[in-house]
Design a protein around this ligand. Structure first.
Ligand code: AMP
Length: 368
């Protein structure tokens, strides 16, 4: 694993695999163009390493040149029009092979086609070391492909992340998915908090319970606490904006976390969307939403018992508990479909001993 700027990257394609692909492209092109004296044109900057290794592997007489495509700062409002920099020789009537380090959407390729068509070359071919078929949106044929890769962000072997990483001899992939971010879902009393304390130890995660953070603020008489108290005491949800800002601040307090258990958050669609957007700014995602299921009568008994020990006002009165269930049914239950649509929803039987439930949850997490 390496770190470039703020992001981590893991090894993806070895030097040996790259060299094998380069040698194969060189021999395919040599086979097709053996009678010609082609001009190989590299698109800077990313191509420089591939181009150099390719030239060493190309066995026949050839010429070379480099170009850059710069955004054209003219009167055009599109901002997309590209201008060619660096092509000095006359290429009319010549066989031209443009070499690219990577082709993804194909936008650059499209520009190249337009530019070289106007130059009346004899033959125009395109070769790329890496190709992302899932990202490609154009019709142009790519004549030579070193390796097809999934639509992931890569660096190394000429490719950069904000100018870093070009000098790496192998290719690295953005590292995002080893982080485990879990949402423990379920009605009040389902056991989210209890289970989170076991799971956070087992999986080395940071546990954030929005209910606990609110109660901490109430205990300390903060402004946030005062605001939340009136809602909490009745069993109503605290407004989204307040809760979302608080949750984000809690996440920011843990920049080195290996992942999070969100307990009691999100509770509304707006909170789910805010969470997804917020995590995306860090290249993180939710790994799974796991619901602990138990019927209302069991939950009410558990909450009343808890209320006797903890003194929590919202756990001591059956009306308040029923109001919290109503809030859940109206505002929180729709999230089940939100996470199902992302294939991230799991449901676990939340009745039985604490250990049994931890085991069921662990089995679900381990298969992620
Ligand atoms: P809990 O400890 O998770 O049962 O939460 C206790 C109370 O805190 C809830 O009844 C709400 O009043 C408030 N609360 C906790 N989390 C949220 C949330 N995500 N959105 C709105 N209110 C919340």
């Amino acid at each position: 694993m390496i770190k470039l700027h703020d992001k981590y990257f893991k090894k993806f394609i070895s030097e040996a695999q790259i060299q094998e692909a380069v040698a194969r492209i060189a021999s395919e092109i040599a086979n097709d163009l053996k009678g010609e004296r082609p001009i190989f044109i590299g698109i800077l900057n990313g191509v420089f390493m591939f181009f150099s290794d390719f030239m060493k592997a190309y066995p026949f007489p050839c010429e070379m040149s480099f170009i850059k495509l710069a955004s054209y700062h003219g009167t055009s409002s599109t901002g997309n029009i590209k201008e060619l920099i660096g092509l000095s020789q006359d290429i009319e009537g010549r066989t031209v092979v443009v070499l690219e380090d990577i082709i993804d959407t194909g936008n650059t390729l499209e520009e190249l086609h337009k530019i070289f068509k106007a130059k009346k070359v004899k033959q125009f071919k395109i070769g790329t070391l890496f190709f992302k078929p899932e990202a490609y949106q154009k019709q142009h044929k790519i004549d030579y492909i070193g390796m097809e890769i999934p639509n992931e962000f890569i660096v190394g072997y000429g490719l950069d992340y904000d100018e870093l990483g070009r000098n790496l001899p192998e290719v690295y992939q953005l590292h995002t998915h080893d982080m485990i971010n879990l949402i423990l879902f379920g009605k009040p009393g389902a056991g989210k908090g209890t289970q989170a304390t076991f799971l956070k130890e087992k999986y080395n995660l940071v546990h954030i319970s929005t209910g606990d953070v609110f109660r901490y603020n109430i205990k300390n008489g903060t402004e946030l606490g005062l605001l939340a108290k009136s809602y909490m005491d009745k069993g109503d949800l605290v407004p989204d904006e307040v809760t979302i800002n608080m949750l984000q601040a809690e996440v920011e307090k843990n920049p080195e976390a290996k992942g999070f258990i969100f307990d009691g958050f999100p509770r509304t669609t707006a909170q789910s969307e805010a969470l997804d957007n917020f995590l995306a700014t860090k290249d993180w995602t939710i790994s799974a939403t796991i619901a602990l299921e138990a019927n209302d009568e069991i939950l009410i008994q558990r909450l009343l018992e808890r209320g006797k020990e903890s003194g929590r006002v919202d756990d001591q009165d059956e009306d308040k508990i029923r109001n919290r269930f109503d809030e859940y049914n109206q505002k929180t239950a729709p999230l089940i479909n939100y996470y199902k649509a992302q294939n991230k929803f799991y449901s676990v039987n939340g009745t039985g001993s604490i250990e049994e439930i931890t085991e069921r949850l662990s089995a679900t997490i381990d298969q992620l």
